[in-house]
Design a protein around this ligand. Structure first.
Ligand code: MG
Length: 291
């Protein structure tokens, strides 16, 4: 059993007139979507995506565990809804959204956190005073960084830094990246849109996460500092704290079947290991959208 505590905040920023980010923070599901497309269509796209996850949360009320497949299936449905809504209204054609988040999923050993991502919103883990980006951006500049042609620092100001290479609202549907993460008490997760990471570099984010024990205060501070740094984009943050992790009671059969070595406590490094599930590369959308 996981005990979590969280806070979230979003703001239109100091330049834009519409907030096209959408956020969901409910027991077991924490999602941020950053919409794109003219005529307010980005707002519609990100809201449709988050609404699909809200429906998933309603289908799995407290105690009912989600699976990683539930999350990828919900990404697929959200993509379909955005495509349908875009086809119905000519001025919304081509709208899209990023989508990233953390979901509590049930596994044989108890509960894990599934981190999923399409686009360039991000999930970070803050543990032991260290901030680590868990998601990998689907962006033009990330591809240049991966190819060794651009430094991560230069990517921050590159003219194509807002071009995403994978998004919801594209056909064929985008495969989300998905990682299963072992939760540990004391770990903090940050789910955010690029309006935060575009304004604040990692050390500033880490400092704010360290300075604010309350997750709502941390989320509010992150938004406040992003606005103070310029607020050039819509900005959204969810701060999620893992308060307690209790191992599931193994059934008598499981205990009997398990060799002694497996029942021993796993070393910390192994517990922290992050399993990367392969995404379906063939299904990648190469549509480039700017937001
Ligand atoms: Mg944005």
């Amino acid at each position: 059993m996981l005990t979590l505590r969280w806070g979230s905040a979003t703001d239109v920023g100091r330049v834009r007139t519409l907030n096209e980010d959408s956020v969901l923070a409910v027991p077991g599901l924490f999602v941020v979507a950053d919409g794109m497309g003219g005529h307010a269509a980005g707002e519609v796209a990100s809201r449709l995506a988050v609404a699909e996850f809200a429906r998933l949360a309603e289908r799995a009320p407290g105690g009912v565990q989600l699976s990683a497949e539930d999350l990828t299936e919900t990404v697929r449905r959200a993509n379909e809804h955005i495509l349908t809504a875009g086809a119905e209204r000519g001025d919304r054609y081509g709208m899209g959204t990023t989508l990233t988040g953390v979901g509590v999923v049930g596994v044989e050993q108890g509960e894990q956190l599934a981190v999923f991502n399409v686009g360039d919103s991000r999930v970070y883990r803050f543990a032991g005073g260290r901030l680590e980006q868990l998601t990998v951006d689907h962006s033009a500049v990330q591809e240049l960084v991966d190819a060794g042609r651009l430094s991560a620092q230069a990517a921050r100001t590159h003219p194509r830094r807002n071009v995403v290479t994978r998004s919801l609202g594209s056909d064929p549907g985008p495969a989300p990246d998905l990682w299963l993460v072992q939760p540990a008490a004391g770990d903090r997760y940050l789910v955010c849109s690029d309006g935060l990471t575009g304004e604040l570099e990692d050390p500033a984010i880490a400092e704010l996460l360290a300075a604010n024990a309350d997750p709502q205060a941390a989320a509010d501070q992150l938004i406040g500092q992003a606005l103070a740094a310029g607020g050039n984009d819509n900005v959204t943050a969810v701060v999620l704290d893992v308060l307690e992790v209790r191992a599931a009671e193994p059934s008598a059969e499981q205990t009997a079947a398990m060799p002694a070595a497996q029942t021993a406590a796993m070393p910390a490094e192994q517990q922290a290991a992050t399993a990367v599930l392969p995404s379906v590369e063939a299904g990648l959308s190469r549509t480039e959208l700017t937001h």
